[in-house]
Design a binder for this molecule. Structure first.
Ligand code: GLU
Length: 299
C-alpha cells in the first residue's frame, strides 16, 4: 500500500466522521457509522500479484472467482446490514474486505453469508465459507476444529441493561436476574460457569436478546462490550452498559483448519497494516466510545 493512497483515504475518513457527527447530533438512535458514505476501499489496493502456494482455501477462491465470507448482520459498528439499502458495513465487514483485496478480490467479488455464533465452526469445516469475520473469539476449544488468524481486536465481556435499571452494575449483581445471550457464544458459557445469575436464556442473535430486554422479560444481555456499545450508540434512550468488562475476548478470523499459508498471509497483512487498522477502528468503533489498540497478530 502506498502512503499517498492512505493519506487520501484518511482524509475521506475524517470527512465522513465530521458528516456523521453533524447528522447524528441531537438525534438519539440515529444510524451508526455504517452506510455513512465513507469509502474505505481507498485505504488499500486490490493486490494483483498474489501467490499463495499451498493454500487450499485460496485455490478454491480462485477457481470460484469469488470469496465467500461469513459475517454477522445485526451488530452495529462491527457487522451490520442496513435493512433498507441491504448494504453491509462495520469494522468486521471491512476487515473482511481488506483481506479479500489482499488476495486479489475486489469488494464486488465477495459473497457474504450471515452465520450465527453457534454455526461458525461447522460452516468452516463444511467448506461453505472461505473465512469468517464476526466477533469471533479465539478459544482452544474452537481451535480443535478450525484455525484463527489474529487477534485483530481485543474486547471483553460486559452487561447491557435497560437505561433506567438501577440494580445491576456488574456480573455479581445477577442473583435472581434473568440474563440473555447467544447460543454457542463464549459469554453465555462464562456467565453460566463463573457467575450465578437467577436464570439464563439463549437465542441465535443478540438482537433477539435486545427484544427480550425491551419487553422486560430478561434483566440483562451479556456479550462483548464492543458489541454492546454499538447497541447503546444506536438506542441510548433504551439501553446502557452496566459496569466494566470481566473477560478478555480476542477476535480472530476463522479459517479452515490447516491452512497455515492463508493464516500467515492474514497475520502479516494485519501486522504490516497498522494505518489501515487505525482508520477502520476510528471510522467504525470509536464513534460508539470504544477504545482500543491494535494487538499483534500472533496466532
Ligand atoms: N466473542 C464472543 C464469541 O465469539 C461473543 C460474540 C459472538 O457471539 O459472536 O462467542
Amino acid at each position: 500500500m502506498r502512503k499517498t493512497r492512505f493519506l487520501a483515504g484518511a482524509s475521506i475518513v475524517a470527512a465522513g466522521l465530521l458528516a456523521l457527527t453533524a447528522c447524528n447530533s441531537g438525534t438519539p438512535g440515529a444510524a451508526p457509522a455504517e452506510g455513512d458514505g465513507t469509502d474505505t476501499t481507498q485505504l488499500w489496493e486490490v493486490a494483483s500479484d498474489v501467490s499463495l502456494d499451498g493454500s487450499p482455501t485460496y485455490e478454491r477462491m480462485v477457481s470460484a472467482d469469488k470469496v465467500v465470507v461469513g459475517v454477522k448482520e445485526d451488530q452495529p459498528g462491527l457487522g451490520f446490514k442496513d435493512p433498507v439499502s441491504n448494504e453491509r458495513g462495520g469494522f468486521d465487514v471491512e476487515i473482511a474486505q481488506w483481506i479479500a483485496a489482499s488476495l486479489g478480490f475486489d469488494a464486488d467479488k465477495i459473497e457474504y453469508k450471515t452465520i450465527p455464533s453457534a454455526n461458525r465452526e461447522q460452516e468452516l469445516v463444511n467448506g461453505n465459507i472461505d473465512y469468517y469475520v464476526g466477533t469471533y473469539s479465539i478459544t482452544d476449544k474452537r481451535k480443535e476444529s478450525i484455525d484463527f488468524a489474529g487477534p485483530y481486536l481485543i474486547t471483553g465481556q460486559g452487561l447491557l441493561v435497560a437505561a433506567d435499571n438501577e440494580d445491576i452494575s456488574g456480573p455479581d449483581d445477577l442473583a435472581g436476574k434473568i440474563v440473555c445471550s447467544v447460543t454457542g457464544s463464549t459469554p453465555l458459557q462464562r456467565i453460566r460457569d463463573e457467575y450465578s445469575p437467577g436464570d439464563t436464556v439463549e437465542y441465535d442473535t443478540y438482537t433477539q436478546c435486545l427484544e427480550q430486554l425491551r419487553a422486560g422479560s430478561v434483566d440483562a444481555v451479556t456479550t462483548d462490550q464492543a458489541i454492546l456499545a454499538g447497541y447503546v450508540a444506536q438506542e441510548p434512550e433504551a439501553f446502557k452498559i452496566a459496569g466494566d468488562t470481566f473477560s478478555e475476548e480476542r477476535y480472530g478470523v476463522g479459517l479452515p483448519k490447516g491452512d497455515t499459508v492463508l493464516k500467515d498471509h492474514i497475520n502479516t497483512l494485519f501486522n504490516d497494516g497498522g494505518d489501515v487498522w487505525t482508520a477502520l477502528f476510528d471510522k467504525n468503533l470509536a464513534p460508539s466510545g470504544i477504545k482500543g489498540e491494535q494487538p499483534t497478530a500472533d496466532e
